[in-house]
Design a protein around this ligand. Structure first.
Ligand SMILES: *[C@@H]1O[C@H](CO)[C@@H](O)[C@H](O)[C@H]1NC(C)=O
Ligand SMILES: *[C@@H]1O[C@H](CO)[C@@H](O)[C@H](O)[C@H]1NC(C)=O
Ligand SMILES: *[C@@H]1O[C@H](CO)[C@@H](O)[C@H](O)[C@H]1NC(C)=O
Ligand SMILES: *[C@@H]1O[C@H](CO)[C@@H](O)[C@H](O)[C@H]1NC(C)=O
Ligand SMILES: *[C@@H]1O[C@H](CO)[C@@H](O)[C@H](O)[C@H]1NC(C)=O
Ligand SMILES: *[C@@H]1O[C@H](CO)[C@@H](O)[C@H](O)[C@H]1NC(C)=O
Ligand SMILES: *[C@@H]1O[C@H](CO)[C@@H](O)[C@H](O)[C@H]1NC(C)=O
Length: 306
């Protein structure tokens, strides 16, 4: 490279650095415009969200007839608990961080059919209970209709999860946990249900290896019973498998009792808020959940992100 060229590059880099620094140091109102600086991502507290359609989010979806076609459409209602927050970002389908808002899974496994899931309620609740938690980065990876065999190394749902998790880390941050809501697909077959425990153990084992995070907290919602007329003949087998998981840092809670919507198979918006809070409780129950030894926020005015 010629001297002239490298001087030019240095000049440009210096200029960029100066501009980005200025942005940071100016009024907090400007933070949003400067949000593409790398420093805002260095200390992101990352959560992966995986499982089936309830994790993807179908809260507020109903069946409508649009110009003669039967279509599932979201009502657009976002409860207070799920509202955007400057401290919550999401990793979108184009592998970029952006301001998080419902529907969180948009572009991943749904478009019009995307509704409210547990992610935003989870993140808002964690921030409400620990205002020093930092910026939460949500990485939605759920896939509606997937049996657990799709979440095994080599299958697309699993491989995408790993790929997205690694991409999400490229500018820094720490993966703090995985939120898991899954199992309905496997309540329909003897095979799926009877192998659930072994497959889930393999999933956790491989996930922790592939993410180089041997103690990665996994928040496991035990699947509630289906509501009639929907049938999951092997629901007891799947529930028993999930309840029987005994792996360190896999935190289980029973999601039984959450309200199911008119379609009979998906959680309503209020139920998704409750579910999000269950995940927050599970996460905060980890005694040492604040493991950050270095906090970038300490070096900036505390109001910069509030
Ligand atoms: C209705 O559905 C059919 C078949 O999927 C599609 O070809 C058509 O474009 C749809 N009509 C409208 C108005 O969306
Ligand atoms: C980042 O800034 C862009 C442009 O101002 C804005 O559209 C986007 O929502 C912002 N994202 C976050 C996370 O604040
Ligand atoms: C920001 O991060 C990207 C990806 O890690 C890197 O290529 C780029 O040089 C970084 N920019 C600055 C200003 O540090
Ligand atoms: C169940 O598993 C057996 C053996 O792996 C396989 O041959 C069979 O096709 C499976 N059945 C279903 C319904 O998946
Ligand atoms: C809590 O600390 C213990 C011991 O250092 C460690 O094994 C465990 O993984 C930690 N839990 C979390 C969630 O970081
Ligand atoms: C969604 O969650 C409900 C629990 O309230 C469960 O009964 C249902 O089977 C789940 N649906 C899917 C598609 O996983
Ligand atoms: C879970 O496993 C640990 C050891 O790995 C054992 O001490 C404990 O009793 C087990 N708990 C249950 C409920 O099986």
């Amino acid at each position: 490279m010629s001297k002239h060229k490298s001087d030019e590059i240095i000049l440009v880099l210096t200029f960029l650095l100066l501009v980005s620094n200025l942005c940071w140091l100016m009024s907090p109102k400007r933070v949003k415009e400067c949000n593409t600086t790398n420093s805002s991502k260095k200390n992101v507290q990352i959560f992966l969200l995986a499982g089936q359609s309830n994790m993807s989010g179908r809260g507020g979806i109903s069946r409508k007839i649009v110009r003669g076609n039967v279509t599932d459409i979201w009502d657009g209602f976002v409860p207070q608990e799920c509202k955007p927050n400057r401290k919550i970002i999401r990793f979108n389908a184009d592998q970029k961080w952006e301001e998080a808002h419902e529907p969180l899974n948009y572009g991943m496994d749904c478009f019009e059919r995307c509704g409210v899931g547990p992610g935003m309620a989870f993140a808002n609740e964690v921030l409400k209970r620990d205002s020093n938690f930092g910026v939460i980065g949500l990485v939605p990876c759920a896939r509606g209709g997937t049996g657990l065999y799709r979440w095994i190394r080599g299958s697309y749902a699993y491989d995408d999860l790993i790929k997205r998790a690694k991409f999400a880390l490229k500018d820094g941050g720490t993966i703090r946990g995985l939120l898991w809501y899954h199992g309905e697909g496997d309540t329909r077959t003897i095979n799926g249900s009877s192998s659930y425990k072994a497959k889930f153990e393999k999933f956790v084992h491989d996930l922790r290896i592939d993410l180089n995070s041997p103690n990665l907290p996994i928040l496991l919602a035990v699947l509630p019973y289906p509501k009639k007329p929907f049938e999951g003949p092997y629901i007891e087998v799947v529930r028993a498998a999930q309840l029987g998981i005994n792996i360190s840092n896999v935190i289980k809670f029973d999601a039984e009792g959450l309200e199911i919507g008119s379609d009979g198979i998906h959680l309503t918006t209020p139920a998704q808020v409750q579910l999000g809070h269950m995940y927050a409780n599970a996460f905060l129950s980890l005694k040492n959940f604040t493991s950050s030894t270095f906090s970038f926020y300490k070096f900036f005015p505390s109001n910069i992100f509030s």
